[in-house]
Write a protein that binds this ligand. Structure first.
Ligand code: B16
Ligand code: MG
Length: 206
C-alpha cells in the first residue's frame, strides 16, 4: 500500500537533460573540446559540480577549485536562461494525470531531486502546488546513490520508508531508492534500471 510517492525531476517529470546538455556543450566549446549527447548521458542524475568534473575529464583538462566554481556558475546562468522558457507543454506524458490521481487518493507527494533549480522548474511547469514536500540539491549534501534525498523526502511526508515508492530514471537514483528501503519504479529501460522493482517507459503507463 503506497502512502507516499517520491519523484525525481529530470527524466521523470520533465526532460531538462537537453538544456543541461546545451549549457555544458557551450562550456566545452569555450574550452575547446567536443561534448556529445552520448557524453551527456553520464551527467544524468549527477550533481552540478560532479558533472563539471566528468566534463573536464572528458576534455582532459584540470582546473583549481575557484576556476571550477566560476565555470559551474557560468553553466548554470546559461541553463537558467534556457529553462526560463519552460511551460506546462514540456511536462512528460502522464505526469499531470498521475500526480492528480495520487492526490485524489490521499497519497503524499514529494520531489527528490539533485537539482538546485527544482523549485524554479516546478513553478515554470505550474505543478508546484501538487507537492507536499520538495527535497532538492539545496537541502541535501550527499548525492545519489546515497539514500539521503529520499530519506529526507519520506521524513518530510511523515512516513516510513516501506510506505514510500520512488520514481527514478537514473541508475544511481534507483540504487538510492533501494538503499533507502523503498519500492522503486524505474522510468526507462529494464536493461539499465536492473535494480528497480518495476520498469515503465513513463508515468503515462501507470
Ligand atoms: P542543477 P534530477 C539532476 O536532476 C540532473 O539529472 C543532472 O543532470 C543535474 O546535473 C543535477 O540535477 C543538478 O542540477 O545544476 O540544476 O543543480 O534527475 O536529480 O532531478
Ligand atoms: Mg533524473
Amino acid at each position: 500500500q503506497m502512502k507516499g510517492a517520491i519523484f525525481d525531476l529530470d527524466g521523470v517529470i520533465v526532460d531538462t537533460a537537453k538544456y543541461h546538455y546545451l549549457a555544458w556543450r557551450s562550456l566545452a566549446d569555450e574550452l575547446g573540446f567536443q561534448f556529445t549527447e552520448e557524453h551527456n548521458e553520464r551527467l544524468k542524475g549527477v550533481s552540478r559540480m560532479r558533472s563539471l568534473d566528468i566534463l573536464l575529464e572528458i576534455g582532459g583538462l584540470e582546473f583549481g577549485e575557484p576556476e571550477k566554481l566560476a565555470m559551474a556558475e557560468k553553466k548554470n546562468r546559461l541553463y537558467v536562461e534556457y529553462i526560463s522558457a519552460l511551460d506546462e507543454s514540456e511536462l512528460l506524458p502522464g505526469v499531470k494525470a498521475y500526480l492528480s490521481g495520487l492526490r485524489a487518493r490521499g497519497v503524499g507527494i514529494a520531489l527528490g531531486s539533485a537539482s538546485k533549480n527544482a523549485v524554479f522548474i516546478l513553478d515554470k511547469l505550474n505543478i508546484a502546488g501538487l507537492f507536499d514536500a520538495v527535497v532538492d540539491g539545496n537541502k541535501v549534501s550527499r548525492a545519489k546513490p546515497d539514500p539521503e534525498v529520499f530519506q529526507t523526502a519520506c521524513r518530510e511526508l511523515g512516513l516510513q520508508p516501506q510506505d514510500c515508492v520512488v520514481f527514478e530514471d537514473a541508475e544511481a537514483g534507483v540504487a538510492a531508492g533501494k538503499a533507502a528501503g523503498m519500492q522503486v519504479v524505474g522510468i526507462g529501460k529494464r536493461e539499465v534500471l536492473k535494480e528497480a522493482d518495476l520498469v515503465v517507459s513513463g508515468l503515462h503507463e501507470l
